[in-house]
Write a protein that binds this ligand. Structure first.
Ligand SMILES: Nc1ncnc2c1ncn2[C@@H]1O[C@H](COP(=O)(O)OP(=O)(O)OP(=O)(O)O)[C@@H](O)[C@H]1O
Length: 723
């Protein structure tokens, strides 16, 4: 059987070289197996028949039994059309063909019972059906698709090239005929029995030729479960292998740095969530495995202190730590924040960014290599080859979405040479025969302020451990969010004046979308000028920050705002992540309809960081699309980052959410990451269970799972294994 499924699609009767080419190019179908795994995306109920006198205008999926009583050719502007009079016991209508007329005339017989299927139009006082799907009544009765007709994805696109849905169904029938309808089972007996799943062969048959809704549902459930099960199995195994194979340095103790800070210098009491997450990190760092953890926390939830205290554990064990942020502004801010926290602890900390002067750079390189420097904060400048640590024990990455996996792995190699003394010490505590020092990577903590819907996190980051800070520090007031139109601008400006009089600061953010950069900069500069007119010197001071400014100028403007020397900050989204100015209490987002939901949420997170009541005003001037309306309404309704992320996922689909590209979620053939969330949870639960009792999948019962798992490519196509 396996030989058969690998057969190139050209060999299937009814395909031929032209169709084979189309199938390959347009649908990526090369073999019999690819074809079997092209699942229909919907089904038409073909047990219902219309009567001609019950037709309404523009009915889709209409099926009628009747006969053709006459043909005529009608001249039209270019060429002619063929018209057939079609009659049932209630009336007549017309069938129309604009091409293939000769063949139609030859193959269809007058007065023979036919079943026609298609979309009806109303033209010249009559119903007609152009290019109907047509078959003899007898043939129709014996046809499997006469119950529920599958509609295959993309056939619409290909139907004018000859691959109609009907052709696809025929080809599929032929395929099942040639393969004998028998396919190797790919789930274990235990799973089949426990979950009452139908066998593989039955599922494949019923998904392509369903004979009832009930069987179709069972077939879909089984195949969706299977698809998600193997993705989850793969992710969990990856995580387990990581934990058992990739050794990390066990940070055994919590020492002076941590304890002194905790007892004497903690600026506030930690929230329950911060404590829980710190415990999770502490447990990772103390184990023999390398930590590979994602720290999710909504904007303003207090990730920085967690990051800092994790660094203290590294320092307590004689290791260095680093923190990498995606932008200069953010890394400077992190640096300033951490510098303050380091103040009483006598810790050496430096920052390294693109604008660090060469002489300073040299000093940093030296002190990193000789171990004098304990913490380095910076941008991707940290990844440069010249940056060598003596013994990097913990690397923290803020907002890794912007860095990507390749850069994350670059940090892995920065651990430092194996001969350093702490490394030697740490190695001694590893079980004997483990990986050599050179290949022991630092622990990695990835922080993100963009909540990732749990469903997606499970699929995309299933191989990372995830910690969530789901509690805001006490005393935070919710940010009042409103949507205002351009015509309300005067009121909005009055509101800004009032807030400034109270001593608050204001952000005004303009969109900046790369494709339209020129226009956007013009909008920003026009906006700036108009604000400068309405808020004139010397009463008002305005900062402006955008991506085209030199880093030093940006920093200067940013610092003026942070110090409270300016009251208004006009900016593009460069201030989107992480910027922390507690006195800023109003966020005005211009052309808010142009921002994505998670971006709006991030921007709003820049206010509400102090004790004062804060506001977010979403300004729009244009007519809104439905999606934009949903985005703005969601922002006004809720400030829960996870809820917002769920809506975002529904609106944009997983494809646009960063990080999904590397995962299997985009290649799903039958399951839907959003709609099939329940099946996903079930699949994850069972994948975990199977591995809990039989981690190596070596039991007889799990042999089928092991075989299937082994034949999986790197999620490229989870269905490449039936044989
Ligand atoms: N437990 C706490 N109690 C009171 N204030 C806290 C607590 N934790 C953090 N904060 C304060 O809350 C503010 C936000 O914290 P932080 O900057 O760490 O948030 P964040 O999670 O990094 O958010 P973002 O991703 O938006 O930068 C800071 O001013 C910080 O000092």
């Amino acid at each position: 059987m396996s030989v058969k499924l690998q057969t190139p699609i050209d060999y299937l009767k009814g395909v031929g070289p032209n169709r084979a080419d189309l199938l390959r190019k347009e649908l990526g179908i090369h073999t019999y197996q690819d074809l079997i795994n092209l699942f229909p995306n919907r089904y038409i109920d073909r047990t219902q028949y219309y009567k001609i006198n019950r037709l309404q205008r523009n009915n889709a999926d209409v099926q009628i039994i009747g006969k053709i009583t006459a043909f005529k050719e009608v001249a039209q502007k270019r060429g002619k059309r063929l018209v057939g009079t079609f009659q049932d016991d209630t009336g007549t209508m017309e069938l129309v063909w604009f091409r293939g007329q000769k063949w139609i005339r030859e193959s269809l017989k007058l007065n023979k019972p036919y079943v026609i299927f298609g979309k009806t139009n109303w033209f010249n006082g009559k119903f007609n059906m152009p290019h109907p799907d047509i078959e003899g009544l007898e043939e129709h009765k014996g046809n499997l698709r006469s119950v529920m007709q599958p509609v295959y994805p993309s056939t619409e696109k290909l139907s004018n090239k000859g691959i109609t849905n009907r052709v696809m169904s025929k080809v599929m029938q032929q395929l099942f005929l040639e393969t004998g309808k028998k396919f190797t089972e790919t789930l274990s007996e235990n799973l089949l029995t426990e979950l009452k799943l139908i066998p593989k062969s039955e599922a494949l048959f019923n998904v392509h030729f369903p004979t009832s809704q009930e069987l179709l549902s069972k077939a879909q459930f089984r195949l969706k479960f299977e698809e998600l099960f193997y993705i989850q199995l793969q992710l969990i195994i990856k995580n387990l292998v990581h934990k058992s194979k990739i050794k990390g340095f066990p940070f055994e103790k919590v020492g002076n740095y941590f304890n002194t800070f905790f007892k004497a210098h903690l600026p506030f009491e930690l929230t329950g969530a911060q404590k829980r997450v710190l415990k999770e990190i502490r447990a990772d760092l103390g184990s023999n495995a390398q930590m590979n953890r994602l720290l999710q926390g909504d904007v303003g939830s207090g990730k920085t202190i967690v990051a800092f205290m994790s660094m203290l554990i590294a320092l307590d064990n004689g290791f260095q730590a680093c923190l990498m942020a995606p932008t200069e502004i953010l890394s400077v801010q992190h640096y300033n924040g951490l510098l303050e926290l380091c103040n009483n602890l006598n810790i050496s900390i430096k920052k390294l960014t693109g604008s660090t002067k060469t002489s300073e750079r040299k000093k940093i390189h030296e002190s990193l290599e000789n171990g004098d420097l304990q913490i380095l904060v910076g941008t991707h400048a940290l990844l440069e080859d010249k940056v060598k640590f003596k013994n990097l024990g913990l690397a923290i990455i803020d907002e890794q979405h912007r860095f990507g996996v390749a850069q994350r792995s670059k940090l892995w190699k920065k651990g430092g040479p194996p001969q350093s003394s702490q490394r030697e010490e740490a190695k001694k505590s590893l079980p004997s025969g483990e990986i050599s020092g050179a290949s022991i990577p630092p622990h990695i903590l990835v922080m993100t302020a963009t909540p990732i819907p749990r469903t997606l996190a499970m699929s995309v980051y299933g191989d990372l451990d995830i910690s969530i800070i789901d509690e805001l520090p006490p005393g935070r007031q919710s940010i009042k969010t409103v949507h205002r139109y351009d015509k309300n601008r005067l009121n909005v400006f009055k509101f800004i004046r009032d807030e400034i009089t109270k001593g608050r600061q204001i952000y005004i953010v303009y969109p900046l979308i790369q494709e339209n950069e020129k226009m956007d900069y013009k909008d920003l500069m026009d906006g700036y000028e108009s604000i400068a007119r309405d808020f004139p010197l010397p009463d008002y001071q305005i900062s402006i920050v955008h991506g085209k400014m030199k880093p030093a100028d940006k920093d200067y403007e940013m610092q003026r705002f942070i110090k409270g020397e300016t009251q208004i900050m006009v900016a593009t989204t460069v201030i989107e992540v992480g910027v922390n100015v507690p006195n800023a209490s109003v966020m005005i987002i211009e052309s808010a309809e142009r921002f994505g939901l998670s971006q709006l949420h991030q921007l709003r997170g820049r206010v509400g960081r102090g004790a004062e009541q804060s506001y977010c005003i979403l300004m729009t001037s244009h007519k809104l699309s439905n999606d934009s309306k949903t985005r703005l309404e969601t922002m006004v309704r809720t400030s829960d980052g996870f809820e917002i992320a769920e809506v975002d996922l529904r609106l944009r689909g997983p494809g646009d959410i960063m990080g999904t590209q590397q995962s299997g979620v985009l290649n799903l053939k039958i399951a839907d990451i959003i709609k099939d969330n329940d099946i996903l949870q079930l699949a994850r639960h069972h994948a975990k269970n199977v591995l809990k009792t039989d981690a190596t999948l070596s039991s007889t019962n799990n042999k089928v799972i092991l075989d299937t798992y082994k034949s999986l490519g790197k999620y490229k196509n989870i269905w490449n294994y039936i044989s």
